[in-house]
Design a binder for this molecule. Structure first.
Ligand code: PEP
Ligand code: MG
Length: 541
């Protein structure tokens, strides 16, 4: 048995088979595919994407290196359009029933072998381009990583680092838990693991070896430990722990329907944070008072290369609104950028993405995309108690602009005779020190305010929430942060408005008394944390 210790991210015990997801190694294995039509489509989609990328590269390269040098990207586009190339790949997939990666790799090798001998003029001297094109295709194909975990059995996922855009796509019915070599407990990947309640341990380092692929693993998400090929004693102990946990959860269930009230009668609301339609069910089961934060950017991150349409978003928000009945649902407009990357939206390279074009800055920069989202939210507002909230605010002007666009979306709908709730409430997130300092002015612009302690911590301390080396210094209980929260709460209450906390700190039992003391109105936490927080509140004097 091998025991490794990492960082705990999401609690729970799971026992299963370890499957390594090797993102960086191309999957050129021969894999038999059942649905060849789907596989051909997968190849064609990757080909279209590669052509679009090359077209863009051609345009930017003309500017940077001149037309003559940029011509290689035109040449590479031509290779992708060549009938011979396309037919060969498709033939391998259809005739031999094999995966697209293998077909692309084999075709490129065959073409390269034949270039000289068969006098293919269009390819003379372009061996390197064929290789380059094949590599691009393979990379695109591997981006759709879900296809690569070709197993029907539930498993424990292992990888070097799991990105938020991947974590958000984890199918809970298949992925029992995950373990990684790197990553931080404050990252969005960690947030997603907690929201989806997927037991996980991260930061196991190089000790997490590829050789463990296929072996039995136990994740102890309570202790941040994993056991590879556990012995009988450990197995029995972990099974026991698992059943104790089940009992604890069952005991918490007794708190359903009860108030979030302290012994001395002070009340506070508890809502839940979600990221996708699948999480709605967990919110309903958790008995939360509503959805305090719908991280709508996940709809963009899980939609592959295409932007989610107005209709698609409308359906997701409507489902949330309808499922929650009279309980509120706060849709946060897309907080993209930073480590939240969506394939469907090219934000360009940035030296410092955490402080770059993100949150409301993306929305105001890409108004058309923002308008689509605002229209979808307004349309869905008719089906329940929906409100809208803007992320990563740093000035009053941003809020005014966002509100103006919301008003414009409303006018458009009116002109189209599409009904919506004209009194929809609007809120802002306080995630930057600037927003803290002008929280009074910001509050006057809106109906409610929510503090995003995850980002507020990183910007207050000036420490990247994703930097492992800073973890020993990354202190969400830092007095500066607590002072900021107090300042915001006071400023919001002076305006007679409601203040909530929706960052991870909201669920921290050591903070509950402080939040009650300063009169926070609502705490919004992962669905799985609602009842334990209720228990904590009910124990306080
Ligand atoms: C936060 O920053 O606290 C927050 C709730 O937003 P996110 O974690 O999605 O950045
Ligand atoms: Mg944030």
């Amino acid at each position: 048995m091998i025991t490794l210790t990492g960082k705990k991210v999401s609690e729970g015990i799971v026992i299963g088979k370890l499957v390594f997801y090797k993102r960086d190694e191309r999957e050129n294995r021969r894999i038999y595919v059942k649905d060849v039509e789907k596989e051909v489509q997968r190849f064609q989609k990757a080909r279209q994407k590669a052509m679009a990328e090359l077209k863009e590269l051609y345009v930017t390269s003309i500017r940077e290196v001149g037309e003559a040098n940029a011509a290689i990207f035109e040449m590479q586009q031509k290779i992708l359009e060549e009938e011979e190339f396309v037919d060969r790949v498709v033939n391998i997939v259809v005739e031999e029933k094999l995966n697209a990666e293998y077909a692309v790799q084999t075709t490129a090798e065959e073409i390269l072998k034949g270039v000289e001998g068969e006098g293919k003029e269009y390819l003379q001297g372009h061996g390197a381009d064929v290789k380059d094109v094949a590599l691009r295709l393979l990379q695109i194909l591997s981006r759709n990583w879900k296809d690569r975990l070709l197993t029907d059995e539930p498993f424990v996922l292992a990888t070097s680092e799991l990105y938020p855009s991947e974590a958000v796509q984890l199918d809970k019915s298949k992925v029992l838990g995950f373990v990684t070599r790197y990553g931080t407990i404050n990252s969005h990947t960690a947030v997603i693991a907690r929201t989806k309640n997927i037991p996980s341990v991260i930061g196991l380092g190089e000790a997490l070896k590829n050789d463990y692929d296929g072996k039995t693993i136990i994740i102890d998400g309570f202790e941040g430990k994993i056991y590879i090929e556990p012995d009988q004693t450990t197995l029995a102990k972990m099974k026991q722990r698992k059943s104790e946990n089940r009992t604890q959860i069952q005991n918490l269930e007794r708190l359903k329907g009860k108030e979030n009230i302290t012994q001395s009668g002070q009340k506070i609301d508890i809502c839940a944070n979600i990221g996708s339609r699948e999480d709605i069910e967990s919110v309903l089961r958790s008995d939360a008072g509503g959805v305090g934060l719908f991280r709508s950017e996940f709809l963009y991150m899980e939609n592959g290369g295409k932007l989610p349409t107005e209709e698609q978003q409308f359906q997701a928000y409507k489902l949330a609104a309808e499922s929650m009945g009279r309980k509120k649902v706060v849709i946060r407009t897309a907080d993209l950028g930073g480590e939240k990357i969506a394939d469907c939206l090219d934000l360009g390279g940035e030296k410092n993405p955490a402080m770059g074009v993100r949150g409301i800055r993306v929305s105001l920069d890409k108004e058309e995309i923002f308008m689509t989202q605002l229209r979808a939210i307004l349309r869905a507002s008719l089906y329940g108690n929906l409100s809208v909230m803007f992320p990563m605010i740093s000035s009053v002007a941003e809020v005014q602009r966002a509100k103006l666009l919301l008003g414009r979306a409303g006018k458009e709908l009116k002109a189209e005779k599409i009904p919506y709730n004209e009194k929809i409430e609007v809120g802002v997130m306080i995630e930057t020190p600037a927003a803290v300092m002008i929280s009074g002015e910001l509050t006057r612009e809106v109906d409610f305010v929510s503090i995003g302690t995850n980002d507020l911590t990183q910007f207050t301390l000036g420490m990247d929430r994703g930097n492992e080396r800073l973890e020993p210094y990354y202190n969400p209980h830092h007095p500066a942060l607590l002072k900021m929260i107090r300042i915001v709460a006071n400023n919001v209450h002076l305006e007679n408005k409601r203040i909530s906390i929706c960052g991870d700190l909201a669920a921290d039992p050591e903070m509950t008394e402080f939040f009650l003391q300063i009169g926070i109105d609502e705490l919004s936490v992962a669905p799985g944390e609602v009842l334990s927080l209720r228990k904590r509140i009910r124990e306080i004097q």
